[in-house]
Design a protein around this ligand. Structure first.
Ligand SMILES: Cc1ncc(COP(=O)(O)O)c(C=O)c1O
Length: 388
């Protein structure tokens, strides 16, 4: 398949073919796991295919990075050892002490911890704001200092929606970059670069990998100057994934489209069930017409995703007990795998923001709706909520 043909292909064709051509010497259809740290040179400086040392580049990683770029319709993709390693690399590549970043006031707890407790010590300031409110973001910009507007959309765990097009033009007018954490949506449902964002970041641990068997991160850009800065820092900082991790993530990518459609189908059915349940108070799901971000989500996402959060009518202990009673939903952190997960954000994924302005409600339960038989998921939630 030629590069030109690939660029014109649909999402699933790119997911399956981009990044790798069957190996010319063996015909291997899948990129081999190149378990090598170094490469024989044909005379000093005579690199074969540009490979010299696997922190700088490894063929299994090259294949994954090509696929990541194609999924997000970017020019260059970069793989990292984790989502947070990808975030840290963006920040160190593109900001300096004295700079400022606007961040979501309900960001993933680990992202907030990175900004607040790591980057701040090195002189990078941040302002958390409601990123669904364009005026609030505008009000948080600091003339001459704001280098980035950083958003998640949907956010973790409250599923707030940021208007990517509006924030891209706001950021650009202020001389800042728009960074979108696209982890919750996945590139199948939303492609921020096409909506004007400058940088997309992922925890590929989630939907992109999709099988809860590997931790990883990704960055995708269109602009070649940004690509050059990330290339340099990816190698200079060294937070790269090994070839086996790259292989697993790349394997997951091939089924991203079909998995996402099933995640979305199942989440919609689960939301329908929760909407009628007497123990369920507020439901956070952008597919609901009453969700404040519904119209923006409908415009910029293909569907509404597989993440659902809701509040228990009977408070924190009832929410904790519900999580503990679920059986088909596994009690665990993370999200985006084929299996359904349930968790209590206040005591699990978002414990690191307890006592800060990002603290989440104690009666909140977060579901990562998997791709199992949906009737089993609904029966499980019914039992867990009813105390049986
Ligand atoms: C939205 C979001 N961004 C980034 C991360 C961090 O990724 P990782 O755990 O792969 O470092 C997570 C992890 O849960 C996340 O949910």
């Amino acid at each position: 398949m030629t590069q030109e043909h690939r660029q014109k292909s649909g999402f699933d064709t790119r997911a399956i073919h981009a990044g790798y051509e069957p190996d010319p010497s063996t015909g291997a259809v899948i990129a081999p796991i190149y378990a090598t740290s170094t490469y024989k040179q044909d005379g000093v400086g005579g690199l074969r295919g540009g490979y010299e040392y696997s922190r700088s580049a490894n063929p299994t990683r090259t294949a994954l990075e090509g696929a990541l770029a194609a999924l997000e319709e970017g020019e260059r993709g970069f793989a990292f050892a984790s989502g947070l390693a990808a975030e840290d690399t963006i920040l160190r590549a593109l900001t300096s002490p004295g700079d400022h970043v606007v961040i979501p006031d309900d960001a993933y707890g680990g992202t907030f911890r990175l900004f607040e407790r790591v980057e701040k010590r090195w002189g990078l300031d941040n302002t958390p704001v409601a990123i669904s409110d364009v005026d609030a973001v505008r009000g948080a910009l600091r003339a001459g200092a704001t280098r980035m507007v950083w958003v998640e959309t949907p956010t973790n765990p409250l599923l707030n929606i940021a208007d990517i097009e509006a924030l891209a033009s706001l950021a650009h007018d202020a001389g800042a970059l728009l960074v979108v954490d696209n982890t919750f949506a996945s590139p199948y449902l939303q492609q921020p670069l096409s909506l004007g964002a400058d940088i997309v970041v992922h925890s590929t641990t989630k939907y992109v990998g999709g099988h809860s068997d590997v931790v990883g991160g990704a960055v995708v850009v269109r602009d070649l100057d940004l690509a050059e800065a990330i290339t340099f820092h990816q190698n200079a900082m060294g937070a790269v994934p090994g070839p086996f991790d790259c292989f697993l993530t790349h394997r997951g990518i091939k089924t991203l489209g079909v998995r996402m459609d099933r995640h979305c189908d199942n989440a919609e059915r689960v939301v329908e069930f929760l909407s009628a349940h007497p123990k369920v108070a507020t439901i956070y799901f952008p597919g609901l017409p009453e969700h404040p971000g519904h119209d923006v989500a409908a415009r910029q996402m293909k569907r509404f995703g597989g993440m659902v959060s809701f509040r228990h009518t009977d408070g924190e202990q009832a929410a904790v007990d519900t999580c503990g009673r679920a059986e088909v939903f596994t009690l665990g952190e993370s999200l985006g795998g084929v299996e359904s997960l349930i968790e209590h954000p206040g005591r699990m994924t978002h414990m690191s923001v307890a006592g800060t302005e990002l603290e989440v409600p104690g009666d909140l339960i977060r579901l990562s709706v998997g791709i199992e038989t949906v009737d089993d998921l609904i029966a499980d939630l019914d039992r867990a909520l009813s105390g049986g």
